[in-house]
Design a protein around this ligand. Structure first.
Ligand code: PMV
Length: 349
């Protein structure tokens, strides 16, 4: 539906179409990881995953329709996006245009408070924010499940950043359209559990191998991959029970073994995918030392060298001090559970 400019004062929907929409989303860190896709085009994960959305490093994304322009334009942290990042955003906008029935291109402005591509889940906050700003700008009304399903098409972990607190992403059942329909995230109600997650920034540079390429190589060549997907099912059951009890030690132990298992599958890929650096291992040693000293602290790592350490809030400063001293140049940020994706009101802009 085109905007009729002679029809008197614009309503909120028309104003959104003209002015665009801005959304804010936060990264999440998986306590039970997703690694590997059964369908790359539809972005269907092989395994269920469970994460905590953080209260740090938001992505703020504005999408504005630009009728009359020849194509989409994308600005990433103030510079025009090119290559693969540009193509991923344009492909995602195509999905939203299909849903909306509109054909206008859009201008996208996205800003990350986290270094992009360093395994700190910028794609999770990025595609969650883009999904919400995009559907709003194009006038598509989606419920949270459908929004999460859409965000998954950008990046499976983004499906979880639609929600605050803890979220479970279903791997989905079947193939094709059935898998697409059944793969989405939903909140996991957890009442008495509000830990700290100390993010140890070992190296904030972009990763050497994209997670897409690394996943494909792991699935296709790692003899350990199937074993990990099976053990991950048990980890998820144990994790849900531990979260329900608010048992930090159990949550941490399960998260740590699940993450190390995922990295083991990558190390066994041919050729190996190795995101863990000497700095990562030094931080892991310091986490073991903290435990030996009676401080419950547990590590998890994603597609990059940085380490996230789960601990009680009361221990967060001590944990941050210890891990930042473990590796040269290592800095830390203390995060807690954070909110789901939301639209930013005009007054906040
Ligand atoms: O969704 P992607 O492509 O950013 O991959 C994320 C994979 C991990 O961060 C390693 C695990 C996860 O579940 O977030």
């Amino acid at each position: 539906m085109a905007i009729d400019r002679k029809a008197g004062p614009a309503g909120p929907r028309e104003r959104a179409l003209e002015r665009g929409a801005t959304a804010v989303a936060h990264p999440n860190i998986a306590l039970i990881k997703y690694w590997g896709k059964s369908d790359e085009r539809l972005v269907i994960p092989y395994v269920d995953s469970l994460s905590m959305t953080l209260d740090v490093f938001p992505t703020v994304t504005t999408v504005r329709l630009t009728p009359g322009e020849p194509s989409d334009t994308v600005s990433l942290d103030g510079a025009p996006a090119v290559g693969e990042p540009l193509r991923r955003v344009i492909d995602f906008l195509e999905l939203i245009r299909e849903l909306s029935g509109r054909i206008e291109p859009a201008a996208v402005d996205t800003r990350n408070a986290v270094p992009t591509g360093a395994g700190l889940a910028s794609s999770a906050s990025g595609f969650a924010a883009l999904a919400l700003a995009g559907v709003t700008a194009y006038g598509v009304d989606l419920d949270a499940t459908a929004l999460s399903r859409l965000a998954r098409r950008g990046s499976a972990s983004a499906s979880r950043s639609v929600f605050g607190g803890f979220a479970l992403c279903h791997a989905g059942r079947g193939i094709g359209a059935a898998a697409d329909l059944s793969s989405y995230a939903e909140p996991v109600p957890v009442t008495d559990f509000d830990p700290a997650l100390v993010i140890a920034l070992v190296d904030a540079g972009p990763k050497a191998v994209s997670s897409r390429a690394a996943m494909r190589r792991t699935v296709e060549t790692s003899p350990l991959y199937q074993a990990w997907t099976i053990s991950s099912k048990g980890d998820l059951l144990d994790m849900r029970a531990a979260l329900h009890r608010g048992d930090l030690e159990a949550v941490g132990e399960i998260a740590e073994r699940n993450a190390l298992g995922m990295h083991a599958t990558m190390l066994a890929a041919r050729p190996a995918v190795r995101y863990l650096s000497p700095g990562t291992l030094a931080v892991l040693d310091s986490v073991l030392q903290l435990r030996a000293d009676g401080i419950p602290a547990y590590a998890t790592m994603d597609a990059g060298p940085n380490v996230k350490v789960l601990c009680h809030r009361a221990h967060a400063d001590r944990v941050a001090e210890t891990v930042s001293g473990a590796a040269p140049g290592c800095s830390t940020v203390i995060a807690r559970r954070g909110p789901g994706a939301r639209l930013r009101a005009e007054a906040e802009e």
